[in-house]
Design a protein around this ligand. Sequence first.
Ligand code: AMP
Length: 283
Amino acid sequence: MKTITTIAALRTELAQGPRPIGLVPTMGALHTGHLSLVARAASKCPQVVVSVFVNPTQFDDPADLRAYQRDLDSDAALAEDAGATILFAPDAGEMYPEGFATSVTVTGPLTETLEGAQRGAQHFHGVTTVVTKLLNIVAPDVAYFGQKDAQQALVIRRLVTDLNLDVKIEVLPTVRDEDGLALSSRNARLSAADRDKAIMLHAALQAARQAARSSDDPMQLRTAALDTLARAEVEPEYVAIVDPQNLSPVSHVNGAGALVAIAARIGGVRLIDNLVIEPSKET
Ligand code: AMP
């Protein structure tokens, strides 16, 4: 595996290798969740680019950006083990040289609700701009994303459709620790006590799933999730039961199914998680 830091060198390297090319965009601090995407890409593509770029424009909280874990040597070893052929690790000057003045924005509820409402739509504008740049730089056949960031995956699908980008988007399931906690680079910042609280996000999602077995009413699902969080003294930023395709509120779970999405700040660490409830087969 090669580590490459400039766009020109990356393009030269990719042009010499075979297709298909797979791209796994990340912000580094790689864990088994990221590596599941890399392994999937490697099973399909002879060239697999893992990008590691802590994109400053998508952080709404400067403290979160400062605290974001960076360890390129460890990332390189893990990415290589999982089957990456190139680690692309540009610095901010390479991605946003002086005079940079363009933004790619997906507008409307997809970027303005949930994470967009909490962090500001600017967060997703940062994501869509950097992902567009990465897609143009790498020109992958397939780009891999995690369901852990369900809203982000929808926003990127919208972006790719609307701008006719010639890439297939594959979204892979959330990888969890044994206790259910969704793997996240931010988990390393949780104290032991906070980690115990953090696993309640998953418990709340399970409570919503359980409620969906006996009720089609999204309010019942939301109440079940909120009660679980309240018992653990976790105050969520939001618990939303929405349409898994467009994030609009749902009146029945059994129509299009439902995405249950949760965000909470625990011990100063902001965590998100979600699950999709499929519509019941009987209806
Ligand atoms: P990040 O480095 O947090 O920007 O994440 C890079 C990619 O890895 C995104 O597509 C995430 O959705 C995905 N990802 C992060 N955590 C997980 C996880 N626990 N399971 C699966 N994919 C994940």
